[in-house]
Write a protein that binds this ligand. Structure first.
Ligand code: FMN
Ligand code: ADP
Length: 313
């Protein structure tokens, strides 16, 4: 898969030898709805024996017209993951466009002429029914008018779960509400975070539950505060773990939010290792315990629930 980074105004002549079947979208999460769009484009590209391309953007359009804070500016999938998932979906080219004020301000007709026709050599353009390209009013119903028979336009109907559209917004809401199983259902895979194992306060081993403390990518969304069953990859090995995201309230007020995981049947020094955490099930909310004995008793219970979870899958 070839990634071509683009900054507006488009100057370079890409000189693509063949016309392309192009799927368009921001695709945050690459959830089952997005997968339906890209798979539809792939089927067309296979039938026509043409390469499959994706047009996507480096950040959300909202970043251009409003100030974003907290979770708003985090993503369900960060760059590396998005590219890896697109590669797995069989994409040949990614046009990775810097979403700027200048890009957004061009007319839809200019976007179609300069980008889709002249530079990307579109044979077919595929997108979800609610996709807009640049201008908010440039919707999929209008695309054939701008295309002027120079390429085919395919609209993909919404992919539904429980009669509701699968969307990035729905996933973000469920992550914030701790509904990790729903998130995983909408994604069609487990939600995950990557990071590096760093030092904490060395309290874990005294509690009888040492925890890997994970320094995670701040650009990616995290599940909400709570205690979860997880799978953890260190190197090429997978381990079962119980994770805590929270402020360790038992040990004082206003601690920073940390991600810590006790791994089952594990006893190794793994500082400095890179890890992948997959989120499977929420056990409970965080509690401010009076005394560490009560915290330990609760962690004994969490361990039983975690072991039972893995026995039953
Ligand atoms: C499964 C699990 C559940 C936890 N639940 C809580 C909790 O409800 N309240 C709390 O204050 N800390 C909780 N913790 C966090 C512990 O306070 C933390 O692991 C301990 O302070 C060790 O910190 P350290 O890694 O900095 O040494 C939990 C940790 C784990 C692994
Ligand atoms: N079962 C286990 N789960 C997590 N970490 C473990 C485990 N066994 C050993 N370790 C090691 O112990 C470290 C955590 O110990 P801990 O006392 O919680 O200290 P700190 O919080 O300062 O890292 C981990 O980073 C890891 O290297």
């Amino acid at each position: 898969m070839k990634i071509i980074k683009i900054h507006h105004p488009l100057k370079k002549e890409l000189n693509l030898s063949q016309p392309l079947v192009i799927a368009m979208g921001f695709f945050d999460g690459l959830h089952l709805g997005h997968q339906k769009v890209i798979n539809s484009a792939r089927e067309i590209s296979e039938k026509k024996n043409l390469p499959l391309a994706v047009i996507t953007y480096d950040h959300k359009p909202e970043l251009v017209y409003k100030k974003m804070q907290g979770n708003d500016k985090r993503y369900i999938t960060v760059y590396q993951d998005k590219m890896q998932l697109l590669n797995q979906l069989g994409v040949d080219y990614v046009f990775y466009i810097n979403y700027s004020y200048a890009f957004q301000s061009q007319s839809p007709q200019m976007f179609v002429d300069d980008y889709l026709v002249q530079n990307f050599n579109a044979d077919t353009v595929v997108a979800g029914f609610d996709h807009t390209y640049g201008d908010k009013n440039a919707d999929m119903d209008l695309l054939p008018t701008y295309a002027k028979h120079r390429f085919e336009v395919v609209q993909v109907a919404p992919n539904l779960i429980n009669n509701k559209k699968i969307s990035s917004t729905r996933i973000r809401r469920n992550l914030e509400d701790g509904h990790i199983e729903t998130v995983n259902k909408l994604l069609g895979r487990h939600f995950k975070n990557d990071g590096v194992i760093v030092h904490g306060y060395a309290r874990g081993r005294e509690l009888g539950y040492p925890t890997i403390n994970i320094d995670y990518d701040g650009l990616q969304m995290m599940p909400s505060i709570g205690v979860y069953v997880t799978k953890v990859r260190i190197g090429n090995e997978w381990f079962e773990g119980m994770a805590s995201i929270g402020r360790n309230e038992t040990f004082g007020e206003n601690n920073p939010i940390t991600l810590e995981i006790n791994l089952l049947n594990f006893n190794r020094n793994v500082y400095g290792e890179t890890v992948r955490v997959e989120w499977l099930y929420k056990i409970r909310n965080q509690v401010k315990f009076t005394g560490i004995d009560n915290l330990i008793k609760q962690m004994d219970q969490d361990k039983i629930i975690t072991e039972r979870f893995f026995k039953n899958i």
